[in-house]
Design a protein around this ligand. Sequence first.
Ligand code: GLV
Length: 315
Amino acid sequence: MPASTSPQIIFCCPTIDAKPWADALAKALPEAQIGIWSKMGTNDSTPADYAVTWAPTQAFFDSQPRLKAVFALGAGVDSLLKLQLPESLALVRIEDGGMGAQMAEYVTHALLRHVRRFDQYEQDTRAGKWQQHSAQNPSDYPVGVLGLGQLGRKIAQRVRDLGFSVSGWTRRTQTLDGITCYNGNELTEFLSSCRVLVCALPLTAHTQDILNEQHLSLLRPQAYLINVARGAHLVEADLLKLLDSGHLAGACLDVLRSEPPPGDHPFLTHPRITLTPHIAALTLLEPSIAQISQKIQALHSDQAISGLVQRDRGY
Ligand code: GLV
């Protein structure tokens, strides 16, 4: 990349330490000028061509009028789409970047923990009980994955390879080997076929609150919910209601509507809810920086890239 055309890149990641990411990008793109934005006004004044962001603020975008593209350091771009951004600004998300494998690990762990009753055995042995429960058959636990994007597909394939019967639901029809695929109009049919429901959807106006009483009631009795997407997909009071009624056996949630949750959040102490603090798939530095640097090089030479967010569909 000739010095005369070297890209100006700025990081805006107020909730994480951007330095290691900026250092890695500087290594991958030695010609680039790289800064880290701070609302305190240090190192933030140069107008940049590209931004790399995690939880960016409106103030950042207001101070950066020359940006051509913004890279989200994650798969979900809902927090970016809440901001007022110029129409012409290209938004780019991480495409897998090691997240699919982590998601698949998380979901298979949660699924097997539930099906093999490891949660029950943990409680039993802590209470001094040495007691066997009946064996469970994977065929009694058909698994449905809401959302078959890059991450949802990896989850569905890994669960299928464990011997579970797997279906998936997506806006547009897809075909995936060994996985029954339902499209947007077939949500009722899809939900009625599952006992374990995994949410891997992007958060959009259409998917917010999709995990509600009406939909969760369609799952087979003694259903189990795994949410690795966004907290706003789930109507939290509806989950409690269905756990109380016994229709749902339990849930494993990596995301909540408010993170971190308030100290008196009922999920924190619920015996049938397992929580993790939004760690199902962490953005990995090396593959993500490799992806971003290649895409900046491509955009800087006017070449097309993949991973562009389509704002009209919300992801
Ligand atoms: C994490 O939640 C992400 O969107 O990558």
